[in-house]
Design a protein around this ligand. Structure first.
Ligand SMILES: Cc1ncc(COP(=O)(O)O)c(C=O)c1O
Length: 467
């Protein structure tokens, strides 16, 4: 493949220097977990070290966490062209999709529509709904590359009972970019909510959930955002923030989660005076705070009226008190260093690497890899070329996916993965991959394809004397 011009090469080199994992392999598995930038690693280490030396219980540690959460939310919002108020922090894509699935007050006979190309992270929450009597209808969208056919398949599964349409932006199986804006519009037209799985899109291609018109858009930290494990985010539409049921409630989802509102026994064990809560402007009784009263989730007789019901030491009346913004969808149990690291990796991408450049270079390289693979005799590319992002799924004739994976890994340290059930390999091509290593990868696939597992020349194995 053509080498980039000197400016681009310098940019690639500078970014690669911040991603040490790229030195250890041809890194083609960001669809599972991306390489961590040094700045995120620094944040992890610094905070771990601070916690080890000074403990985790001081009120300043709690305030620090609040500040890091706000910073992280703002960084994610910048990537999603969104306001920080529309972003909740989670620990994974799956968390966000569960929140979306459980934000609907399901009634017997209700239906959810999804596609045949989804990941367990979306399917598992839907299976949990099915356990409770919700019918899950699956639209067969083929490889996902034909937008009109995808739309038609989804439309044919809609019914007056459809309450949710849930689909990926980019399929983890074929790598197809699904027509999510049109899917969200279909859902809206049918009076249903829409939830988009952004695991393979956020950080890989430009994502604007508001422009898509989705109600929920769930993303992970650890994949294309190059963040730590155990973090994610959920973007929620104004309608979702206003009208959706609170799927999960905890310390972070309440408007008590402020610096001054730290209760006696807050999540960090930090001090704070009982009843010393500071309400954010408009938090209580605002139209958005539907979860605390009426249809939004009454907790029982009297408890949804301020001042009524049982009083609990340090907390006032039992009530949900959800934030009037997307924080009502936060999950809990955050690992502070990881919150900071997610903010750092996201900020690094946005401020140092440059999002438009990433979004142009990543899919361009992936397209070249798809073309390169397709030109190798015996290799078939399953990813729809006209509608792809940064994942390339392919097969090598005469090889099982496991065998080909093993050969590629042994021969050139290419780290990729298989797609279960498809007997295929999936390469995740990042903007940070170099043209030279992608050429090496393609040459090696060509070498594999010229052979069978039986004839493939093995590299000499290291023998340890006497063993
Ligand atoms: C499309 C898709 N959705 C969801 C997930 C699950 O992501 P997480 O581990 O962040 O929950 C993955 C992970 O590979 C994925 O590819």
């Amino acid at each position: 493949m053509d080498r980039p011009d000197p400016d681009e090469q310098a940019r690639v080199d500078a970014a690669r220097a911040q991603l040490p994992a790229l030195e250890a392999s041809i890194y083609l598995n960001t669809g599972s977990s991306g390489p961590l930038p040094l700045t995120a690693d620094e944040a992890l280490r610094q905070l771990e070290d601070y916690e080890l030396r000074y403990g985790r219980a001081g009120h300043d540690a709690y305030e620090e966490l609040l500040a890091r959460m706000a910073e992280c939310r703002a960084a994610v919002a910048a990537v999603l062209h969104a306001s920080p108020d529309s972003v909740a922090l989670t620990r994974s894509t799956t968390d966000g999709l569960n929140a979306a699935a459980w934000s609907i007050d399901w009634r017997p006979g209700d239906e959810v529509v999804t596609t045949s190309l989804e990941h367990r992270g979306l399917l598992a929450p839907l299976a949990a709904l099915a356990e409770r009597g919700v019918a899950v209808r699956v639209a067969d969208v083929g490889d996902g590359g034909d937008a009109d056919a995808t739309l038609a398949a989804i439309e044919s599964e809609l019914s007056p009972r459809t309450r949710l349409v849930a689909a990926s932006h980019v399929s983890w199986i074929t790598g197809a970019v699904l027509p999510v804006a049109r899917i969200a519009a279909l859902a809206r037209g049918a009076g249903a909510w829409s939830a988009i799985d952004g695991a393979q899109s956020a950080g890989a291609i430009d994502v604007d959930p508001a422009a898509i018109g989705a109600d929920f858009y769930a993303i992970p930290a650890q994949k294309w955002m190059l963040g730590p494990e155990g973090m994610g985010a959920l973007w929620a539409s104004e309608r979702a923030i206003r009208d959706a049921r609170q799927p999960y409630a905890g310390w972070w989802t309440t408007d008590e989660a402020t610096a001054h509102g730290a209760p006696v026994d807050g999540p960090s064990g930090a001090g704070g005076s009982p009843g010393g809560r500071v309400d954010p402007p408009g938090a209580t009784g605002s139209p958005g705070a539907s979860g605390s009263s009426g249809a939004g989730g009454s907790l029982g007789a009297g408890t949804d009226r301020p001042g009524a019901g049982p009083h609990l030491a340090g907390h006032g009346p039992l009530a949900l008190r959800p934030w009037p913004d997307a924080r009502r969808f936060d999950t809990t149990g955050f690992h502070r260093p990881s919150v900071a690291a997610f903010g750092r990796s996201t900020g690094w991408l946005a401020m140092h690497v440059g999002l438009p450049w990433m979004y142009s270079r990543g899919p361009r390289l992936a397209g070249m890899v798809a073309d390169g693979l397709a030109s190798i005799p015996g290799v078939s590319v399953l990813t729809p070329r006209g509608s792809m992002a940064t994942l390339v799924t392919f097969r090598v004739a005469g090889w099982t996916a496991e065998e080909a994976l093993d050969a590629l890994q042994r021969r050139v340290f290419a780290i990729l993965r298989t797609v279960p059930g498809m007997d295929a390999l999936r390469a995740s091509v990042g903007w940070f991959n170099s043209e030279a290593e992608l050429d090496r990868f393609l040459e090696t696939v060509e070498e594999v394809a010229r052979h069978t597992p039986a004839t493939f020349p093995r590299r000499a194995e290291l023998t340890i004397l006497d063993q």
